[in-house]
Design a protein around this ligand. Sequence first.
Ligand SMILES: Nc1nc2c(c(=O)[nH]1)N[C@H]1C(S)=C(S)[C@@H](COP(=O)(O)OP(=O)(O)OC[C@H]3O[C@@H](n4cnc5c(=O)[nH]c(N)nc54)[C@H](O)[C@@H]3O)O[C@H]1N2
Ligand SMILES: Nc1nc2c(c(=O)[nH]1)N[C@H]1C(S)=C(S)[C@@H](COP(=O)(O)OP(=O)(O)OC[C@H]3O[C@@H](n4cnc5c(=O)[nH]c(N)nc54)[C@H](O)[C@@H]3O)O[C@H]1N2
Ligand SMILES: [Mo]
Length: 811
Amino acid sequence: MTNSWTDIKNTDLVIVMGGNAAEAHPCGFKWVTEAKHHRGAKLIVVDPRFTRTASVSDYYAPIRPGTDITFLMGMIRWMIENDKVQWSYVKAFTNASFLVKEEFGWSDGLFTGYDEEKRDYDRSSWEYQLGEDGFALTDPTLQHPRCVWNLLKAHVDAYTPEMVERVCGTPKERFLKIAEMIGECSSPTKTMTSMYALGWTQHSKGSQNIRGMAMLQLILGNIGVPGGGMNALRGHSNIQGLTDIGLMSNLIPGYLNIPTEKEPDWETYMKSRQFKPLLPGQTSYWQNYSKFMVSFQKSMWGDAATAENDWAYHYLPKLDVPAYDMLRMFELMDQGKVNLYFCQGFNPLLALSNRGKNTSALSKLKLLVVMDPLQTETARFWENHGAFNDVDPSAIQTEVIELPTSCFAEDEGALVNSGRWLQWHWAAAEPPGQAKHDTWIMAQIFLRVRELYAAEGGAFPDPILNLTWPYADPSTPMPDELAREMNGTALADVTDPADPTKVLTAAGKQVKSFAELRDDGSTACGCWIYSGCFNEDGNNMARRDNSDPSGLGVHSNWAWSWPLNRRTLYNRASADLDGKPWDPERALLSWNGERWEGFDVPDIAPTAKPGEVMPFIMNPEGVSRLFSRGMMRDGPFPTHMEPFESPVQNVFNDRMRGNPVARMFESDAATLGTSDEFPFVATSYRLTEHFHYWTKHNKVNAAMQPEFFVEISEELAAEKGIQRGGKVRVWSKRGEVWAKALVTKRIKPLTCDGKTVHVVGIPLHWGFVGAAKKGWGPNSLTPAVGDANIETPEFKAFLVNIEPATGEALA
Ligand SMILES: Nc1nc2c(c(=O)[nH]1)N[C@H]1C(S)=C(S)[C@@H](COP(=O)(O)OP(=O)(O)OC[C@H]3O[C@@H](n4cnc5c(=O)[nH]c(N)nc54)[C@H](O)[C@@H]3O)O[C@H]1N2
Ligand SMILES: Nc1nc2c(c(=O)[nH]1)N[C@H]1C(S)=C(S)[C@@H](COP(=O)(O)OP(=O)(O)OC[C@H]3O[C@@H](n4cnc5c(=O)[nH]c(N)nc54)[C@H](O)[C@@H]3O)O[C@H]1N2
Ligand SMILES: [Mo]
């Protein structure tokens, strides 16, 4: 989230599109209720299904799965045409005025630089024109034909309300009514908040869905302001922490990058990271990259990381591909290239797309280690459970070892919520039986591996032998010890750069924040964005003062949020160019003539003059991007792409099926189906009564939602002769499942490009372990193709067929 859960109460309009907050985030959803109560806020829901969120909305519109980009580009077009633009915000705080290179352009949905063979773009033309001084050229009057604003206008021109109806199946009058409601939020004193989750991410162009809304929010002047923002509703209670701490295969904690093989040495690596500002006087905060990176290396390898050895850069792996995401790992497993898979807190047999392929992949391992408090289907993937499950246990040689772990209620530590708040929690009980904390198990493995390297040498023992392991009891790193490492420590006195005699933090003490990190080896820090969470003030994550002098839900002394306890990112944009809050009633920060004052930690220096330093400090240009230079793999503007499996033509250009640069392996391309065989659009989702695959162990949850079902419209049921509560067979190119049919008015057929499109809704919670009835969920059917930027599988739009069935599917 750019903002926080508690901030949602400040909004005038909530749009839930690409999520179902009332069911998947029932606790957080109370802040929507609060906004309705507090400010008379309205709620819009755009979803293929009439969800429980829709049932309490003020306005609902249906949409065909996988077409949100068309809806959002249509929305931007409408805002421009009807002058619903927060002009002073757009001119000051976005790159609308920046001139783009002459070479950049697009045709038939593809942008310049596409290489069909590599299935990738050369993105060098997606760039600004630079002056001789190295700064970007701009035209503040927005007249220049190459300025971002005019390119954007040309790009969205095709997305008329008629086109939205044709592609998305959203009736034109519903689209226009929503446009009017959203358009009101272009006023400086009205804001909209966007709450989204997997309905947007789980597509082969998921990242572009989100960019589409971010662009709309910028045009309305809604980023950085109370009640505004792009608010990703994160999934697992600590999934925000997972990405923060670098548990993605291409990340180092704090969104630093694992080097690639094109960066064999430190100098090459650093060259492309310390961005020079693209406009005079801008912050370009990544200029500090080396401080965060050197401090990370020092936290990992202590004295073994020195200036002479480039901070042990050679210890880091060098990626030969963009990422080793789950789709790639299971592809490699299936090719027989993986021997050992350590599966910790994950149930991929149910959670990952194309179960048939995943069963085959796991069968090729030598060893599978499952760390989990519960029995999982993944640990028992080799069992045969009857129909539609071609598993022959006698043919599978994979050895499986289960290591029982504790679960969250038995652990102490911080959970990072969607609003970036690190909230400390305490263990409520001891783990039962043989179960051990995950940290204890990992420590045991590390200590034994280190012993082996010490005894036997090996190809490259140094990174293992030299790893710092500063815990009082090496076999049991404690949560507070780990948290203090994340915060960072002064290894030598940290002094003021302006006055080297002034010691800011003495050697051995915790650094106050990342502002004290250095790239000369004098500081160590495990995760720079968490720096400040556990300093000499103590464990700031454990703070529980819920006072709120702002009245805006800031709660600065409740827990701690990254970065620097800042509650709203880009908060300097909540005030105009003179530093006056856009809305005096929701004043977060203001300029008092000398410095910024207010209720949140400003993202620019406290004395940075309002007209000079722009709010988007992580971008070298200081402003936000309506045109995303270089960053996105699949285009600087979102463009309509049909899902890989789609019931209709791409009305703009039928080549644009799936995403031309999506994550797709040859073996998966061969498993894609077409609409003549599989005429219906399927989408998958969760239910309030279950949490994925583990609440089915609990008899109460299992009793509330005992049995796998699929949801279809009354019209589709009639067409196929399917009875309410009757059994159906659902199949795709990749597999089949049996389920109960829930025939409902909540899903209606859509009309897209003159064709009737039926949607089949598939909740995901069933398997063969636990107290609920056995059943296979959507992932026996889903394709193993993923988003171009972050490789999330396309779980939310694929093709199936359906027919009435009899008999039992799972034995
Ligand atoms: N009770 C419960 N709560 C949970 C979870 C759980 O298992 N159970 N899981 C947690 C996790 S890990 C996560 S990530 C979150 C997920 O939170 P959400 O994303 O809110 O949950 P989903 O149910 O997967 O999907 C949301 C909605 O997206 C809609 N949708 C599908 N395709 C499209 C599309 O193309 N466009 C649009 N606009 N909408 C579409 C679906 O109809 C569905 O209503 O929930 C978290 N909360
Ligand atoms: N078709 C389709 N597929 C989907 C989705 C979808 O919408 N549609 N959603 C996707 C999403 S967003 C998600 S997040 C995944 C969820 O998929 P998973 O993450 O695999 O699901 P969970 O059942 O939440 O958690 C996995 C395991 O973690 C264990 N666990 C809990 N606490 C601990 C702990 O402290 N330590 C250890 N070691 N283990 C622990 C649980 O017992 C459980 O077995 O599913 C994905 N799959
Ligand atoms: Mo998730």
